[in-house]
Ligand binder design. Structure first.
Ligand SMILES: Cc1cc2nc3c(=O)[nH]c(=O)nc-3n(C[C@H](O)[C@H](O)[C@H](O)COP(=O)(O)O)c2cc1C
Length: 241
């Protein structure tokens, strides 16, 4: 099984998104998957220019010369795509959307009816790929991810991919300090790792495993207090002007 993972956090491997993404990918590798990870911050991916060259003048290829030239075939070959993003303004981070827009050359311009809905046929005769969403956010409530999950499900339907589940981590910024203390959130990390193993081994991730990844870390009032204290400390540490 070949997997491609994209992490669109500007904090890359040091960010809170990676706290969940990395063990998930470790679990996939443990179960035998070949996984490549890319950070949008390190990629040169220009925005789609909307001129449809990739459908009409040079079918399957964008006219822009940037990292999508070698990244696009990797999407085409992957059995699993892991799309990891911090929640930004109730959705995916801009660089992730930018990159997903540039995958349009993977489909034909023609319309076809799939499940009673107009879609574009995929190029080539390859099987449908599975997509896993990994996200974390700063607010406490899990419903902050609702719009992102609906968006990702729609993208999968449109691209003819199978949405294989979402590892969602509200209260994301609390994970690292709690890991440093030890004994508080190791089950969350282990669930993320197990989710990776399950996906490769069974082709699906159990809901109870996803629920553990998203479980509350502390009561809402404590989380608010902790967040406000740490913002206040950061402001107090500024040199007096
Ligand atoms: C521009 C921006 C927008 C954000 N929007 C939201 C949001 O809508 N909801 C939320 O819960 N957190 C929001 N956050 C908080 C991030 O999701 C949170 O800090 C997350 O842990 C960052 O992940 P990272 O460390 O991998 O970059 C936002 C942060 C930034 C910088």
């Amino acid at each position: 099984m070949k997997a491609i993972a994209i992490n669109s956090s500007p904090n890359m491997e040091k960010g809170n998104t990676a706290v969940i993404l990395d063990p998930f990918l470790e679990g996939m590798r443990e179960a035998g998957a070949e996984v490549e990870v890319f950070y949008t911050k390190k990629l040169d991916v220009k925005p789609c220019q909307g001129e449809y060259n990739c459908w009409l003048k040079t079918p399957g290829a964008c006219f822009q010369k940037d990292d999508m030239e070698w990244l696009l075939p990797k999407f085409g070959e992957a059995d699993v795509q892991v799309l990891a993003t911090p929640l930004y303004v109730d959705g995916m981070a801009g660089p992730m959307k930018n990159l997903l827009d540039r995958r349009i050359p993977l489909v034909h311009p023609f319309f076809e009816l799939r499940d009673g809905h107009i879609r574009h046929p995929r190029r080539g005769d390859r099987h449908a790929t599975k997509v896993v969403l990994v996200s974390n956010c700063g607010f406490w409530e899990k419903d902050n991810f609702d719009a992102l999950v609906v968006h990702m499900e729609a993208i999968c339907r449109n691209m003819g991919a199978e949405f294989a589940g979402a590892l969602l981590r509200p209260q994301g910024p609390a994970m690292k300090p709690m890991l440093e203390i030890g004994g508080l959130v190791e089950d969350v990390i282990e669930a993320a790792r197990d989710a990776g193993r399950q996906l490769v081994r069974d082709g699906a991730i159990r809901q109870e495993t996803l629920d553990t990844v998203s479980r509350d870390l502390m009561p809402l009032e404590d989380y608010m207090k902790m967040a406000n204290q740490s913002f206040q400390q950061a402001l107090d540490a500024l040199p007096a002007s």
